[in-house]
Design a protein. Structure first.
Ligand SMILES: CC(C)(COP(=O)(O)OP(=O)(O)OC[C@H]1O[C@@H](n2cnc3c(N)ncnc32)[C@H](O)[C@@H]1OP(=O)(O)O)[C@@H](O)C(=O)NCCC(=O)NCCS
Length: 155
């Protein structure tokens, strides 16, 4: 995609992140919370946050990727000490390399923080999500409550 940039997210990105989530929901690809408070609490101010990166173009957030620590009793059932990843791109910006660029930033953060591996837990019916993570080098390693879990070895 022509001239988008990636940087670490800041608290004031909550509005832009929320808009990305609403766009994904409007496309029928999300049924969870999209509000600004959720964006702030779940991605930006979460104490388990390692890195949240945003891709933007002309001040508009095109998408973001979250990397958090897998802590005890994490909702994904991921091994404690791994990272857990989430990726959300506006449908209007999809398939233009935004997700690929975000993963470069996430991988740097994973290495800086000494993560052994990253878990991606994706709905088993989310074909594009599964294809994206496979393209980034993630491989299937378990299933969790109807979701497919893929892992990426950082080391
Ligand atoms: C899945 C998602 C993150 C992909 O992001 P993206 O910015 O479109 O991905 P990229 O353009 O960087 O694509 C990288 C590679 O992933 C694969 N890929 C991405 N979208 C794909 C799709 N719809 N179908 C098949 N392969 C796909 C391709 O191999 C692609 O490389 P290529 O375009 O050179 O063939 C994005 O579509 C999205 O946010 N979807 C809604 C939310 C979601 O499902 N998130 C994932 C679960 S948390």
């Amino acid at each position: 995609m022509d001239s988008f940039s990636v940087r670490e997210a800041v608290l004031t990105d909550a509005q832009g992140i929320s808009e990305v989530l609403w766009d994904i929901a409007a496309a029928g690809k999300r049924n969870k919370r999209c509000d600004v408070d959720f964006a702030r609490e779940h991605y930006l101010a979460d104490p388990d946050r390692i890195r949240c990166s945003v891709a933007f173009q002309e001040e508009q957030v095109l998408g973001f990727q979250s990397l958090k620590w897998a802590v005890e009793n994490n909702p994904y059932g991921a091994p404690v000490g791994w990272g857990v990843i989430g990726t959300h791109i506006r449908p209007s910006a999809a398939r233009r390399g935004v997700g690929r660029a975000l993963f470069r930033a996430t991988l740097l953060a994973a290495r800086e923080n000494g993560l052994p591996a990253i878990d991606a837990t994706i709905s088993a019916t989310n074909a594009e999500g599964l294809a994206y993570y496979s393209a980034m080098g993630f491989v299937d390693y378990r299933e969790h409550e109807g979701a497919q879990c893929k892992s990426f070895s950082v080391i």
